[in-house]
Design a protein around this ligand. Structure first.
Ligand code: 5GP
Ligand code: MN
Length: 349
């Protein structure tokens, strides 16, 4: 059974905004992942059915393995089409902000979105939604923003209008934000929703293959390298660290998406409950954090890197060198040792 989790008042507010406006822009976070794109393109397909004039704008590039998604070719990448995107945002009557909580998560687009005259509806599942939107639909317990889009469409009374393409996008987001239903996925309602999506004609096995069996050989060579040469284990803290410099990424012909999921791998090691991946980018150092059980990676990330996210999956950025960032991590880790040891003991039981 699918229960009414989202407040009826919020559903009606969102519906009113949609029905009252024609020019709509959908924005999502930097380095858009499966959920960011699934929610954005799912909503895009739906608004197209209502014959709205919709533009999906993402801050920067996204992985090739998500480019098959319906509507992907219509996406404006802000970094490449700034003038066109700025114009769409300025002209918009309504902006949907999907899968992020605060405007700094949309990078360079933040100013123009903040200054836009449009009404704004935020739909998200991260903690602590910022106060920038007129309508805030925030449910941190929800496993993906895409699931929220499904619920919104149904509750507004449009389930029968949902197309297979829309259902596919929603499924991608639900699947990728739960590691193909391997974490954050114990709610029985997820499977009721999947059942409805299958009724819409999606081929879930095919979607799995398109997303997860579509990588380059370079990715696997890089994976072999990072696991054999660059993985550091801190056994007393049940922690693993992976690092990659720009030079190493270049050596393996890195393309966006090639390191997707690397941070999860050490969690498959017995006794590892906290995994951190630090990767050198062109203008910053990016940190990804994952945990099993109750260790709050988002608190760690907020305290050490000024980042945030969910309990078991979070991220942050650093503007000092890769080496300095690793030092920061290593000097913070002992402070969390007691908590990690407690978690490790509980995991053993
Ligand atoms: P990923 O490791 O896949 O890049 O990010 C995992 C989660 O961490 C994202 O869904 C997002 O919630 C959060 N996150 C990633 N990077 C940042 C960041 O720089 N700042 C904040 N506040 N959250 C982040
Ligand atoms: Mn998400």
């Amino acid at each position: 059974m699918i229960t009414k989790i989202i407040d009826e008042e919020k559903i009606q507010q969102a519906k009113k905004e949609i029905l009252n406006h024609n020019n709509i822009v959908i924005v999502t976070h930097v380095s858009p992942d499966g959920d960011a794109l699934g929610a954005s393109l799912g909503l895009y397909q739906f608004l197209n059915i209502l014959e709205k004039n919709v533009t999906v704008i993402v801050p920067n590039a996204y992985p090739d393995f998500l480019k098959w998604m319906s509507g992907s070719k219509d996406i404006l990448v802000y970094q490449d089409k700034k003038a066109q995107a700025d114009e769409a945002i300025t002209r918009a009557e309504l902006i949907f902000a999907l899968d992020f909580n605060t405007l700094n998560r949309i990078g360079d687009m933040a100013t123009v979105v903040a200054d836009a005259k449009a009404r704004t509806v935020l739909i998200d599942h991260h903690l602590d939604p910022g106060g920038f939107a007129d309508v805030v639909i925030s449910y941190p317990k929800m496993s993906s923003t895409s699931e929220m889009i499904f619920r919104l469409i149904c509750r507004m009374g449009y389930f029968t209008d949902m197309t297979k393409e829309c259902a596919e996008c929603i499924y991608v987001g639900m699947m990728t934000d739960t590691g193909a239903f391997s974490y954050n996925s114990n709610s029985s309602e997820i499977y009721s929703i999947i059942s409805e999506l299958i009724r819409k004609g999606i081929d879930k096995d095919e979607i799995y293959r398109r997303v997860y069996n579509n990588y380059s050989a370079d990715r696997f060579r890089l994976m072999g390298y990072i696991l054999s040469e660059k993985m550091k284990i801190y056994p007393e803290c049940g922690t693993a660290l992976l690092t990659l410099s720009s030079a190493e990424l270049k050596r393996y012909n890195f393309r966006k998406g090639d390191t997707e999921g690397f941070v999860n791998i050490p969690l498959s090691i017995k006794g590892i409950i906290f995994s951190v991946f630090i990767k050198e980018d062109t203008d910053k150092v990016k940190i990804s954090l994952r945990s099993q059980g109750n260790f709050p990676t988002n608190e760690f990330s907020a305290k050490v890197f000024g980042g945030g996210g969910h309990l078991n999956a979070s991220g942050g950025e650093s503007y000092v060198s890769l080496e300095e960032t690793v030092k920061k991590f290593e000097s913070a880790l002992p402070e969390y040792k007691d908590l990690l040891v407690r978690e490790l003991d509980e995991n053993k039981e």
